[in-house]
Design a protein around this ligand. Structure first.
Ligand code: AGP
Length: 618
């Protein structure tokens, strides 16, 4: 998730772009760059590192467009990067440009068919200088460009597949910017004789509060005098200008009251980006990407051991159910801080998977090192390119959640689960443990997840608020789940602990009668993950056991389930997807419940007491 910004007007663009990027740095900060046009000259300056590195680079540039004091550039684009395709390097930083250096672009998102397009353009003479998918857009637009940038962008847009938004400019039309979006956000800031465009409103809020939203699949042409929005086919679209009254703090949170709530609402986009090009080619899963584990190795795996902490451990637990079910491989789950001090037996054919969103968690790193020293192959699943974990593994599978600021992990969790589902399906393909139709079915269901996540977030709010209103004063919550619902219950319980400081316990529902049921009385809220699964009936009878002790039963169900609805205090239905994929949806009402309880308790959900986002000590 990168940040893009553009300006066209009468004022010097350079400082406006840098100020905009500073407001977007929460989206990514491993490299940054700007391009400016002055007269017939266009120039890009890029630097690895956060914005201060770019400032230093710009300061060091003696001549050229960027330093043109006498005729400052009044058109430009800028970018701050969160690497997904290609290492963190200056060549891979944006803006990207075509071989003749005529068209410059900044891109956020994933181009799924970039390999095919790149090959075609390279055969036609384009000279690629980066490892990114994004650069293909500059060459593609240039290949269609005959002096009319909007037309060239429209032609290129029609050929591109994926989740992305971009802004392009050409030295032949110095007063024009063209932006286009497919799924990824892009907004326009309207000014008098000047126009802004960016991934998010905060980038230009200090300059204008007049905002025009671009709908999915639309293209916008910006010139100093105004903007023209069209469909991808070129039909004009009337779009009103709204006034945004956010204060700076809210702006930074994208209009949400907290980073956690913003990040919960980003889960559909980030899961879409995490699976995007990995399910784009044909009916299977393709994990063959830079830094990935060699597929020949994956095919030889005999046993998997997952090491992780906290929420990442819960993501691994869900992975265990999926990989055992689909790839028929034994999977062992290990709490990293325990594993590192045990004498684990590592055998030939073992693959140790370290899951860590930050990639810096000391216990997980040490557990991976221990396994590697004993000859295991190690795969890292992480969200941060260049993090320590990427240097401790034989291969990396990146989630693409973008920067997560809220201490309580939400979007990184669902992206970890999506990544481990991808791995599970790929292992099943490589081992031939699932028929092709079942693989195709699972891939089709994975592609439905972003939409189902959006639907879940849009529909569960009321029931969740009802439960929170009823129970926010309670000092103990019990969470129950069975089979792949158990890790969801564990994650829900952890979220409530973390941000509302309420005591919780999470149990395999079948274990209740072996002790924990003694905890229950007519005040206890019991949150049950009762989504469709091979053991749903067992789960329903466990819920009856709980109800019989007078407890308040709240159940997350798959779609409206009348049988369960009639037996519980509150049922929270979520959309129906393949039963093994339900956890990605079922966790969302539990994230929101923890959030609503913490809010009613007046707590700081983004920085809960005693916790750090990244635990680099043991
Ligand atoms: C989750 O909300 C917590 N922030 C914490 O449990 C976290 O999952 C754990 O510290 C692991 O972090 P990692 O994924 O960065 O390794």
């Amino acid at each position: 998730m990168c940040g893009i910004v553009g300006y066209v007007g009468r004022r010097p663009a350079r400082e406006l772009l840098l100020a905009g990027l500073a407001k977007l740095e929460y989206r990514g900060y491993d490299s940054a760059g700007i391009s400016l046009i002055a007269g017939e000259r266009i120039e890009a300056v890029r630097a690895v590192g956060n914005l201060s590195a770019l400032h230093a680079k710009l300061g060091a540039v003696g001549g050229g467009v960027v330093a043109l004091a006498e005729q400052p550039a009044t058109t430009g684009i800028g970018h701050t990067r969160w690497a997904t395709h290609g290492r963190v390097s200056e060549e891979n930083a944006h803006p990207h440009y075509d071989t003749e250096d005529r068209v410059h672009v900044v891109v956020n998102g994933i181009v799924e068919n970039y390999v095919t397009l790149k090959q075609r353009l390279a055969d036609a003479g384009s000279d690629f200088t980066s490892e990114t998918d994004a650069e293909v857009i500059a060459h593609l637009i240039a290949s269609h460009h005959d002096g009319d940038l909007p037309d060239a962008v429209r032609a290129a847009f029609a050929e591109l597949e994926g989740h992305f938004a971009f802004v392009a400019m050409s030295v032949q039309e110095p007063d024009t910017l063209v932006g286009a979006r497919r799924e990824c956000p892009l907004v326009v800031g309207r000014g008098e004789g000047e126009q802004f465009i960016a991934s998010a409103v905060p980038a230009f809020l200090a300059e204008t509060r007049a905002v025009q939203h671009l709908e999915n699949g639309e293209i916008v042409v910006l010139r100093p005098a105004g903007t023209t929005i069209t469909t991808a086919a070129g039909e004009p679209v009337e779009r009103g200008v709204e006034r945004v009254d956010w204060d700076e703090d809210t702006a930074e949170k994208g209009g949400y009251e907290t980073f956690m709530l913003k990040e919960i609402h980003e889960q559909a986009d980030t899961v879409a980006e995490t699976i995007a090009d990995r399910v784009a080619r044909g009916a299977g899963v393709d994990l063959d990407e830079p830094g990935a584990l060699d597929e020949a190795l994956l095919a030889e795996v005999k046993r998997i051991v997952v090491v992780a902490c906290g929420t990442s451990y819960h993501a691994g637990l869900i992975g265990r159910y999926a990989i055992e079910e689909w790839a028929r491989l034994p999977v062992e789950m290990e709490i990293a801080s325990e594993y590192r001090y045990r004498k684990p037996v590592v055998s030939e054919g073992d693959l140790v998977i370290g899951i860590s969103q930050s990639g810096e968690t000391a216990d997980t790193l040490a557990a991976m090192r221990k396994a590697r020293e004993q000859g295991a192959r190690v795969l890292a699943i992480t969200n941060v390119m260049g993090s320590q974990i990427t240097r401790e593994a034989d291969g990396v599978l990146f989630t693409r959640a973008g920067l997560e600021i809220g201490v309580a992990a939400t979007k990184t969790f669902v992206c970890q689960v999506a990544a481990i589902y991808l791995l599970g399906v790929r292992l099943a393909e490589l081992r031939g443990t699932l028929p092709a139709e079942r693989i195709a079915e699972l891939v089709a269901e994975l592609k439905r997840l972003p939409h189902c996540i959006e639907e879940t977030i849009a529909t569960v709010g009321e029931r969740v608020a009802e439960v929170a209103e009823q129970h926010w004063r309670d000092e103990f919550f019990l969470y129950l789940g069975r089979h792949v619902g158990l890790p969801v219950a564990l994650e829900g319980a952890l979220k409530l602990k973390e941000i509302s400081y309420v005591a919780t316990d999470a149990y395999a529902a079948g274990e209740m009668k072996h002790g924990p049921i003694a905890l229950l009385d007519d005040r206890t809220p019991v949150v049950c993950v009762a989504t469709d699964s091979p053991v749903l009936e067992k789960m329903v009878s466990n819920m009856q056991e709980v109800r019989a002790r007078g407890a308040h039963v709240i159940a997350v169900t798959t779609a409206a389930n009348a049988e369960i609805e009639s037996q519980v205090e509150v049922a929270i239905p979520i959309p129906s997807v393949d039963w093994m994929l339900q956890p990605i949806l079922a966790v969302i009402p539990l994230q929101l419940l923890a959030y609503e309880v913490a809010k009613r308790r007046g707590l700081n959900v983004d920085q809960p007491r005693n916790l750090a986002k990244t635990v680099t000590v043991e």
